[in-house]
Design a protein around this ligand. Structure first.
Ligand code: CP
Ligand code: NVA
Length: 330
């Protein structure tokens, strides 16, 4: 395994150069091939990692557990009620303790500062499994998936993120697409645009990479000719109390067949980090239906299940990309 990233933390993708991100993606594709071919790759036998979760998770937790297992690494899940973190012991002290025992730490939670402190004080690689601000491992899986559809070179590829343009997914996509030279558009109402400092940072990256950044509420500008439409839930974890406002702001931004047609590209791919509210098969979906009369939210069931949709490729690729991050940084 290439040793150039050993010991590094992944708090945001901006911690890495485009070359380093490409290395992670290369290794991810390799691991996918090895997994498909049934080739064992337990290259980190005997190591131990801690998985800290303040918020719930299906994909991220599963990907870390399976990736660790495949690499020969033992992963210990520490949920929000299992440890003292922040309640009875400071983040700094917790980091120091975990760093004495584990070879790496994954953190999913609320404040981005928590994952920064864990990295600062633990002395081992720390991986951000989602904070209120960023979701970097998601974007690696998204890039890997896009490469499977349009080829390895993502420069100039057109992608439109629709919806809550200031959540962790949108923030991460904005900076990552700017770093990697894509033609990235956010289609969002003015109230839900990314913070000015992130937009400035994106423009600085774009000046280096040749990326094009568009943040707009104009559907033509955002959609015409795009190759990928990406959306996320309208109220992220921890913001559930704002759902009514979000529904008002975003009901015209639903990804539906008319929006796909608006791109003029019959081959446009639909992406979503998941989980998604596209039918009434969830408790939340049913509550929203009772309160607001909606049967689908950010995406229609038809688009979600259509041949345009590549959401389960993205979900699978969480495993291969997280494995690459572990393999390279441990
Ligand atoms: N996309 C994603 O991070 O999913 P989970 O919340 O299930 O981990
Ligand atoms: N923006 C979503 C992403 C979930 C993977 C959230 O934070 O809830």
């Amino acid at each position: 395994m290439n040793g150039s990233l050993r010991g590094r933390s992944l708090l945001t993708l901006t911690d890495f150069t485009p070359q380093e991100i490409n290395l992670m993606l290369e290794v991810s594709h390799d691991f996918k091939r090895q997994k498909r071919a049934g080739q064992p790759h337990a290259i980190h036998k005997g190591k131990n990692i801690a998985l800290l979760f303040e918020k719930t998770s299906t994909r991220t937790r599963s990907a870390f557990v399976v990736a660790a297992q495949d690499l020969g690494v033992n992963a210990e899940y520490l949920g929000k009620d299992d440890i003292q973190l922040g309640k009875k012991e400071s983040v700094e002290d917790t980091a120091k303790v975990l760093g004495r025992m584990f070879d790496g730490i994954e953190f999913r939670g609320f404040a981005h500062e928590t994952v920064e402190k864990l990295a600062q004080f633990s002395g081992v690689p720390v991986w951000n499994g989602l904070t209120d601000k960023f979701h970097p491992t998601q974007m690696l899986a998204d890039f890997m998936t896009m490469q499977e559809y349009v080829g390895k070179d993502l420069r100039g590829v057109k992608i439109t993120y629709v919806g809550d343009g200031r959540n962790n997914t949108a923030n991460t996509l904005l900076l990552a697409c700017a770093q990697m030279g894509l033609d990235f558009r956010i289609l969002a109402p003015n109230e839900l645009r990314p913070a000015g400092e992130l937009v400035d940072q994106a423009h600085q990256f774009a000046a280096q990479s040749g990326a094009k950044i568009t943040i707009t509420d104009n559907f033509d500008e955002a959609l015409i000719g795009t190759q990928f439409i990406y959306t996320d839930i309208w109220a992220s974890m921890g913001e559930e109390d704002q759902l009514a406002d979000r529904i008002n702001l975003l009901r015209n931004y639903q990804v539906n067949r008319a929006m796909l047609d608006h791109t003029g590209n019959r081959e446009v791919r639909f992406m979503h980090c998941l989980p998604s509210f596209h039918n009434l098969n969830t408790e939340t979906g049913r509550k929203v239906h009772e309160q607001f009369g909606l049967t689908e939210m950010e995406v229609t069931d038809e688009v979600f299940n259509s041949s345009n949709s590549i959401v389960f490729d993205e979900a699978e690729n969480r495993l291969h990309t997280i494995k690459a991050v572990l393999a390279l940084t441990l």
